[in-house]
Design a protein around this ligand. Structure first.
Ligand SMILES: [Zn+2]
Length: 111
């Protein structure tokens, strides 16, 4: 029994470690970016890092982003729907976390 519990613990540790490794690894290559509209250099914020992760080639500085939101009010709703996409990502994580115990359960059931 002790050995099996250790196996579950190791499985969880690997999954969580991999998750944080992948999450931490996905960062922009530079400290700052050039705004696609006003060409001003600005440091990455959580918003612009998120945009960079999603593969946006045009990243706007804070001032231009606010201006853009004011000019595109219907786009704000899209930002909210992308929040559910993050929930889906979390769902995948939950599956990964639950997988080791599930595999353990199957092994126990078969043998
Ligand atoms: Zn700008």
């Amino acid at each position: 029994m002790q050995g099996n519990e250790l196996y579950i613990f190791l499985g969880l540790a690997v999954v969580v470690g991999l998750f944080f490794f992948l999450k931490g690894n996905k960062r922009p290559p530079a400290e700052s970016f050039t705004c696609a509209r006003c060409k001003k250099a600005e440091r990455y914020s959580p918003r612009t890092i998120e945009a960079w992760r999603r593969g946006f080639s045009k990243i706007y500085c804070q001032a231009c982003h606010k201006l853009w939101l004011n000019n595109n009010p219907e786009r704000k709703k899209q930002t909210y729907t992308s929040g559910s996409a993050r929930g889906g990502c979390l769902g995948i994580l939950v599956i990964f976390v639950l997988m080791p115990p599930a595999i353990y359960g199957v092994i126990r059931y078969v043998s």
